[in-house]
Design a protein around this ligand. Structure first.
Ligand SMILES: [Zn+2]
Ligand SMILES: [Zn+2]
Length: 348
């Protein structure tokens, strides 16, 4: 079979490798769709490895079909060959204090598909027995395509961020960035009952899509004064909740400035390098701001994401802008890097 193998910084090669065999408890998957995540780009560029040791097949936003169960796997899953599945890539240890207090995404001993195990940029992949036993495989609900199901993982991370952002009925929300992640936050903020959702995004087509997906106001931050617009939209108080869906350190202080006293800021997107930002700590102190981050997802937010997609509360199909076959995985990565589209999906 063919697989895109990450060999080291800026080196990924499409190779013929032998098809993996499912060992005891494993599940063999024929990959149908695997979306390219910003994290994949950071790993490939050598910036962020999170336990990735080359050679490794990347890709953690995966949907496919079960081809075979390894010996004994049926004791841990009801899913059988022929079922369409997607998967929460993180495998929690279930023993550490984080796993035992509802924060398995922060598990100290976490392993993950596409990081410590081979992922979805290949024709076939194996879900290891430990993941099968911990319930990371989910059947794809009827009516959802493989491509849509591959976006359950980013949506599950967004659900995690939304829970930390605690949007209430009637809130004024600001989302920074209208990439696929920002557009998911926008839709969930509307679902959560926000009165206004302002979306700031310099790219015009992305801004237009934000308008179609329910933004009450879109802002071009290169031409308009974001602070002025937020104050006008919130009776001068500032936003109740601000969500940063792009990781630009120099923006952080500006986000604190447009948050109302007692409001919440979620630094959802990751920052490259050390991610150092200069902030006025008094904005947090006197404003009693609550600043949170978000990292990855849990099996619970994954299940919620699939439910939200099936019910139609979140439209992810308009967020997949490009499709490439596995042979063009490099182009898929370059397209993601260029920012030309939204989510880029490698399909089979
Ligand atoms: Zn991802
Ligand atoms: Zn753990």
């Amino acid at each position: 079979m063919r697989a895109a193998v990450f060999l080291g910084p800026n080196e990924m090669e499409l190779r013929d490798v032998s098809r993996p065999e499912p060992g005891p408890g494993d599940v063999l998957i024929k990959v149908a769709a695997c979306a390219v995540c910003g994290t994949d780009l950071r790993i490939l560029s050598g910036g962020k490895t999170r336990g990735v040791v080359p050679p490794r097949v990347l890709g953690h936003e995966i949907a496919g079909e079960i081809i075979a169960l390894g010996e004994g796997a049926e004791r841990f899953t009801d899913l059988t060959p022929g079922r369409r599945v997607t998967m929460a890539p993180g495998i929690p240890c279930l023993a550490c204090r984080f796993c035992n207090t509802g924060s398995e995404n922060l598990c100290r001993n976490r392993s993950a598909l596409g990081y410590s195990y081979d992922g979805g940029f290949a024709e076939y992949m194996v879900v290891p027995a430990v993941g099968v036993a911990r319930g990371i495989l989910f059947p794809i609900p009827d009516g959802l395509s493989y491509e849509e199901a591959s976006l359950a993982e980013p949506l599950a991370c967004v659900v995690n961020g939304q829970r930390k952002s605690k949007i209430h009925l009637g809130d004024g929300v600001l989302v920074i960035g209208a990439g696929p992640i920002g557009l998911m936050h926008l839709q969930l903020a509307r679902s959560a009952g926000a009165r206004t959702v302002v979306v700031s995004e310099p790219n015009a087509p992305r801004r237009a899509l934000a308008g179609e997906l329910g933004a009450t106001r879109t802002v071009d931050p290169t031409k308009e004064d974001l602070a002025e617009i937020i104050h006008a939209a919130t009776d001068d108080d500032g936003a109740d909740v601000v969500i940063a869906a792009i990781g630009v350190p120099t923006l952080v202080n500006q986000l604190l400035e447009v948050t109302r006293p007692g409001g919440r800021v979620n630094l959802f997107a990751g920052y490259s390098g050390a991610g150092e930002a200069t902030i006025s700590a008094n904005l947090i102190h006197y404003g009693e701001l609550v600043v949170t981050g978000t990292s990855a997802c849990t099996r619970d937010t994954f299940r919620t994401a699939l439910n939200l997609m099936q019910s139609g509360q979140v439209d992810v199909s308009s967020l997949a802008s490009h499709r490439f076959p596995l042979d063009q995985v490099q182009t898929a990565f370059e397209t993601t890097r260029s920012g030309a589209g939204l989510r880029v999906v490698v399909t089979h």
